[in-house]
Structure formats: C-alpha cells, structure tokens
Design a protein around this ligand. Sequence first.
Ligand code: EZ4
Ligand code: CO
Length: 403
Amino acid sequence: MSRIAEARVIATCPGRNFITLKVVTEDGLHGLGDATLNGREMAVFSYLNDHVIPTLIGRDAARIEDTWQYLYRGAYWRRGPVTMTAIGAVDTALWDLKAKAAGMPLYQLLGGRSRDGVLCYGHANGEDVAATVEEVGRYLKLGYKAVRAQCGVPGLPSTYGVSKDKMFYEPAGAAVPEENVWSSEKYLNSVPELFSALRKEYGFTPHLLHDVHHRLTPIEAGRLGKALEPYALFWMEDPTPAENQESFRLIRSHTTTPLAVGEIFNAIWDCKDLIENQLIDYIRCTVTHAGGITHLRQIAALAALHQVRTGCHGATDLSPVSMGAALHFDLSVPNFGIQEYMRHTPETDAVFPRAWRFDNGYLHPGEAPGHGVDINEALAAEHPYRPASLPVNRLEDGTLWHW
Ligand code: EZ4
Ligand code: CO
C-alpha cells in the first residue's frame, strides 16, 4: 500500500445522475466510492473537491480508520447527508484499495463469508391491485424470493413507488421538483386489499415487503401495521418520519408487523435510540449515505446486540459501486437481513463494469479483488450531468407533506 497520489470526482448521467470518487495511489492502484446523493449531487461533488480531496493527497491509503476519524471529527461540523456521503465515498474507495492491494475480494477483509449468497428483494408495482399482483408474479418467475409491492391508490393521480416506465422505476425527474398529491386516508384504505390479494394468489412462501415512505402519523402507522398482520409482511418500511425516534414506541405498541427504517439516516446517532429500545427490526442505512463500510459496520454491530438485522437501501440512485460494496458487507455481516435491489439501465451497467451478479433470488459480490466495480471514464464522459430532483408531495388541500 502506498500514498494517495490523486483523487477525482466523476459526475455522469447514464440515464440518471451518479457521482463517483476515484482515489489513485502512487503505485497505480485505484479505488472507487459512490458519492451520489439523489437530487443534491453537486453539494457532495463540491464537498469532495473543495474540502476533502486536498486533505487526501499524500495520505497513507492504508489508514482507513484514521482517515475516517480525520474527516468526521476533523471537519468540526459533524454528520448530515452531504458530509457523511462524502466520507462514505472516501471510506469505500479506501476499502476497495486495501482489498485490491491484498489481492482479495473485500468480504475476505471483513471476516469472510457468513452465508452463501445475499437475499435480495425486487420492486413490483402497478396502477391497480390486479396489475401489481401480475407484476409480483413476474418477479417470482425470475427467481426472486422477496418482492416489495407498491400499488396506485384509487382517487390519487400518482403514488410513490408506481413507475411510469415498466422496466425501471425512477422517481427523480425535472430540475425543479414535480408536485404530487397525497391522501393518507385513501392510501390506508387501499393497502390491506393489495396484500390480501397477493397472499391469496401466491400463498405465504414469498417474502412480501411494503414501503410507506414516511407518510403516516405514528397512530396511522400503528393502524396499518395491525391491518397488515394477517398477511405476514417481511417488513413495513419508513412508516413515519424518524426524526423523532421515540415516536416509534407508539407504532410498536400497536403492531407486530416488522419495521424497517434508515435509508435517509447518515450516522449511528440517527438510529441509536431506535436500535437500543428495539423499536425497529431492520436498519436500512447504506455504505453510501452513512459513512462507508467503516461506519456501517459500527451500526450493524450495535444492531446485532438488539437482534436488529440489516436491510441496506439499494434503489437506482445508489450506483453499481454502492451495490458492489454493500454486497461484500452483506455477505460478511453476522446480522444480515436482506438487500434491496433495483435494476439499473443498460447504459448505467456499461459505465460501471462489475463483478457482482443476480442468481435465482440471491446476489453475489464475485471474487474480483476489491469490491469488484469499476468505472469506464471515457463512457461516463459521454453522459454529462443533468440537474434532476425528487418530487415533493402535497395533501389534497395543498399542505406540503412528506414525499
Ligand atoms: O425513494 O432512493 O426504498 N426505497 C426508496 C427509494 C427512495 C429513493 C430516493 O432517492 O424509498 O425509492
Ligand atoms: Co424506502
């Protein structure tokens, strides 16, 4: 291992925006980290370029922990999605480099395999119950053992998780956010019907998941969790915004439907109370947004003490680099639960050649040294960054709501 000679941030838009950090050492190895923060890409781009990269040059690439501490404590301004995504990218790139220097797939440095493959779940959605039931069937035929199901809500023009494109779900769109309309009342009446139809059609063997996307109040979430109990969900995700961790006590006291939270968390402090009080069952932080492999391992270790399992976020805005790193983590971590998996477009797959693969419901990180994902910079340059934002949500009376 040698010193860091150079680092650069690459913005590319092969169908959607990705920010990638490439760190090059004096002996010519390179490591990659995903730095994509959906809809806020340029904030991380600047944070890395202007504030982080100048401090990396000449640093010993082997000192992963010390670099993490330097970027976290040393910044004075701690935490937050922009800072932690930048730290996550550096950390992931350094783990990639260390594993490449050792000539090993990253999971070997993390303690080796704890399992044979990484259980993942795909995303099925449709305009109505019949279309969603059919789409879940398509995933099961592809070999998926677990499927997330989202369905249009009668009376609402659009719903979170229901795609415009049949193959690829992509919520980021116009540079200035689109505005969607939301009604918790209409939604609450429609969800149990979907899962009743799914269990009737496919029985209880496939794992079924659902994402509420932070839209309910705690008591509404309690009601939904209770209504879904007969359908034995794998989890109900983000039932309510989690800034107030204590509010999950109310949900928990009303339902045994397992709860998953954390895709927008960026540090252990965001989930400390949720985990220590056993108010959730799955923690969804990613390598990308929660400080890299180094910090995610710490979160997972805390979670393990409380029988909380991992369920890393893996939507399309997490790049193939993020997925590569996540799969090495998933394969090795003792308290793994499940990995979210959404297909990227062929354009994205071409920009990021990778060792990981999907096979019959499981993902495998592959045996390439490092995390096994690279970037074709010439091809990346053919897809310049285009501003794109996530939508915002309003209630039917115009009140701004959670999207
Ligand atoms: O809306 O990643 O579980 N997955 C999700 C995602 C998020 C996007 C936001 O960038 O909730 O689809
Ligand atoms: Co989600």
